[in-house]
Structure formats: C-alpha cells, structure tokens
Design a protein around this ligand. Structure first.
Ligand SMILES: Nc1ncnc2c1ncn2[C@@H]1O[C@H](COP(=O)(O)OP(=O)(O)OP(=O)(O)O)[C@@H](O)[C@H]1O
Ligand SMILES: [Mg+2]
Length: 435
C-alpha cells in the first residue's frame, strides 16, 4: 500500500468516527449503560440476570474502547509515516541541493539534487562531516559561521551576501554556489539545513557578458578615437593647406585688381572675387573649427572651451556665462580627457540650443579635488527621465559612455533653478584605451 492509499484510508475512518451521528449514538449508549450499571448495583442481588448482562455489556464496551484506542495509535503511526514520506518526496524533487547537518555538523539529510551537485551518493554522504564538501581553506571559517548562526537565534538567512561561496565536489573540483541556511530544533537535537545551488554556468555567462561588454566599450572608444583623429586631420588640412592656397589666391586677386583699375567692369569683378575669397576663407575656418578647433590641441581645453561658449553665445540668442575655477591644473589634462570634455560641452550647448528654450546658460570648467569638472546649466524647460531614456537620442548616452570609459562620472538632471544641469567629472590623466 503506498502513501496515497494509506492517507485515503485514514481520512475515511477518522471522518466516520467523528461523524456527529456516531458520536451522538455512542454517547447515548454510554449514558444508558451507566444507568443500567447503577440499577444493577442497587438491585443486582434480586436480579442476577440483570447483573450478568450489565457485566457482559461493560466488558464489551471496554473491549471496543481498547480496540479503538489501539487502532488510533496505529493510524497515527501511519500518518506520521505518510507525512514523512511526503516530505521526503518534496525534498528529493527539489531542484536545489538540500543538506541537513546536526550540531556536530555531520550530514543527516542529503537529497537527490545534492547527489548530482556534489557527485556523491546519499549513503556515502550521510553520517560524514560537512567539511568534505567545503574547500580546505574555508573549513575553519565555515564551521565558525554555522556555530555563530546557531547562537543568533535567527531562523534562516542567505549565506555569503558579499563574497562568492565555494563548495567542493566529491572528486575534488571546486565550484561557486549560492546558499541559504536555516536552523530548527532544541538544544540537544539541533539541525542546520543548507539549501544551495551550483552557479558555475551562471558565473561563466556573467563573466562572458562582462568580457563582451568590455570589448564593445573598447571598440566604441577606439571608433570615437579614430573619428576624432580623422576630424583633426581634416581640420588641419583645411586650415593649413586650403587656408594657404586661399591666401595665395587672395594675393593674386589683389595684384590683378591693382592692374585693372582702368577697366571699370574688370575692377568690379576683381572686388567681388576678393569679397568672395574672404567669405571662403572664413567658411573654411568655421568648418575646420567645427570639425575640431585646432586651439584644443595648440592652446588647451580652457581656451577652446571659452571660444566655444563665446561662439555659441554669438550664434544663438542665449546669454552665456563662462567661468573657470581651480588652480590652473587644466593645462595638464591628457588629450583624451580634453577631447571628451570639449565634446561634452559641445553636445550640452547644442542640446541647450535645440531643446531648452532657455534665456541663460552657465558653463563652469575647472578642477574639483583631483577631478576635472564641467558643469553646464540652463534656465529652460528642464529635462525629464523619459527625455534621457529616449531610444533614438544618442547625445547624452554617447557622453555618458565616453566619460565612464575614462573612469569619470556623469550626471544629468533638473537644475536647482528649474532648467537642466549636466555635471561631468573625469580624472585629468585618464588614458583612452584600457590596458
Ligand atoms: N538642456 C536641455 N533642456 C531640455 N531638454 C533637454 C536638454 N538636453 C537634452 N534634453 C532632452 O533630452 C533628450 C535627449 O538628449 P540627447 O542629446 O541624448 O539627444 P538629442 O539631442 O535628442 O539627439 P542627438 O542624438 O542628436 O543628440 C532630448 O531629445 C531632449 O528632449
Ligand atoms: Mg543632443
């Protein structure tokens, strides 16, 4: 008979015995027997048949009582067994390894998942010390932790909150686990149960993900760096090569103009050519500076930033205030940091121009502690978390990526006076690509 059948039987029988009709009839019969006993006691000598029948009835009742009591004891035993079997089935079907140890940390329960995880048969594990499944170097500390846990009186807790826990397979191979511990019982009969999970595969996947993430970061940094180098090259060529050619052309046009003063039409054409050349020279400078201001490489971050803010102020109707602070250590920032800060400022100002509807903008650049700090604030409509998370917007995300790559911090949010505030901090000597 299996546990299920036994449970069915028990419940039917117990239910029948406790049925109100059965209980009522039994009580009535007992009362009647009690009255008969009293009558037989008083008139027993006059009616020996009455005395005899009452004694027989008493014996039958006592006999039935003894039988019911014995049966109840057996049924209770069955119930305990069935519950035990049910619990064992649950423990055995659990996906996590479950190990119970007694106060001396000897294993008393070892489920099927534990057999698989530790590659050890249950009958080999039961009765042995828990230590065999813990790497040698952690044994002392682990024993201490369990004893300490026993004294805390806490019923259960997660193990190894901060560090990774390591366990040992029967074959001697270490593997990372995630575990929780609980305790139950009294002083003499105290048990600790550890529920644990092998996280080797998860750890491998996490490590792989981290590695890929780092590779993508390096790649994106390298792409940005290459783009920056290309922009610098084009900016230089535009400025130097084209600039020089245009200057030479301008000198030639001046020479021509001086020689055609007699011809009014030619002279007018020469003046127009001269004006157009002036425009071309300034357009070339503008395009070159927009690509990458050469002063960023030649004069440094502070001058390039001041120029950018001034230019932005001239082109837009926003009143811009630029302020430098710190002790001049801005001259010593590495090239990647200077480029990153400059691009962060450029993107912040472009955003102010495009999205803020602000009247004023404030830019503060300097050294704060041992970090280069840039703060750009406006008094416009402000920014919301949804704005920052827009899937198609890449300006702020690119900024954050570049800055965190250099080991810096990036904050964007509502400014105290209502607009938007971007705050960037980067270590001045940060290098472009991770070693
Ligand atoms: N100074 C600002 N004031 C108000 N809203 C802003 C400000 N700066 C950014 N935003 C909001 O945040 C969003 C994201 O900005 P982000 O620079 O990332 O992208 P974008 O400017 O929309 O596009 P791009 O990829 O060309 O930069 C903007 O679309 C805008 O709604
Ligand atoms: Mg933008």
């Amino acid at each position: 008979m299996d546990a299920g059948d036994r449970r069915g039987l028990i419940s039917v029988n117990r239910g029948l015995l406790r049925h109100p009709a059965v209980v009522g009839a039994g009580s009535a019969a007992l009362v009647a027997l009690l009255i008969l006993n009293a009558v037989a006691f008083m008139r027993g000598l006059e009616s020996p048949w009455l005395l005899g029948s009452v004694i027989v009835a008493d014996m039958v009742v006592i006999g039935v009582g003894v039988l019911i009591a014995a049966r109840e004891v057996l049924v209770a035993g069955d119930r305990v067994e069935a519950t035990q079997a049910h619990l064992e089935a649950i423990v055995d079907s659990a996906m996590d390894a479950i190990i119970t140890v007694d106060v001396s940390q000897k294993i008393v329960l070892f489920n099927r998942a534990a057999e698989q995880v530790f590659q050890c048969r249950r009958d080999e594990a039961i009765g042995s010390a828990l230590d065999r499944f813990i790497p040698q170097r952690f044994r002392g500390a682990h024993r201490g932790h369990i004893e300490h846990f026993g004294k805390t009186g806490v019923t259960s807790r997660r193990m190894g909150d901060v560090t990774t826990l390591w366990a040992l397979r029967a074959g001697g191979q270490e593997f990372p686990i995630e575990a929780s511990i609980s305790q139950a019982g009294e002083a003499g009969e105290h048990f600790y149960t550890v529920i644990l999970r092998d996280i080797t595969i998860r750890r491998q996947r996490e490590d792989e993900l981290k590695r890929r993430e780092q590779e993508l970061r390096d790649l994106s940094a390298r792409v940005l760096e290459a783009r920056e180098e290309e922009k610098t090259l084009i900016a230089r060529e535009l400025h130097d090569e084209l600039g020089q050619l245009l200057t030479a052309l301008k000198m030639d046009v001046s020479w021509l103009r001086e020689r055609v003063v007699a011809d009014a039409e030619l002279s007018k054409k020469a003046v127009e050519m001269n004006a157009m050349l002036d425009e071309t020279v300034s357009a070339t400078r503008r395009i070159s500076a927009n690509l990458r201001p050469l002063m960023l490489d030649d004069l440094g971050l502070a001058d390039a930033a001041a120029w950018l803010v001034e230019e932005f102020g001239k082109r837009s109707s926003i009143r811009c205030t630029y302020k430098e602070f710190g002790d001049g250590a801005l001259d010593n920032v590495s090239k990647p940091v200077a480029t990153t800060m400059y691009r962060a400022l450029q993107e912040s100002l472009t955003n102010i121009g495009r999205h803020s509807a602000a009247k004023n903008a404030w830019v503060m650049l300097g050294v704060e502690g041992n970090m280069v700090s840039l703060e750009v604030e406006d008094d416009g409509r402000g920014i919301s978390p949804e704005d920052i998370a827009k899937a198609r917007s890449l300006g702020l995300k690119g900024m954050r990526e570049r800055i965190t790559y250099l080991g810096g911090s990036f904050e964007v949010g509502r400014a105290a006076r209502g607009g938007t505030r971007v705050h960037v901090k980067v270590p001045p000597g940060a290098a472009a690509v991770h070693a």
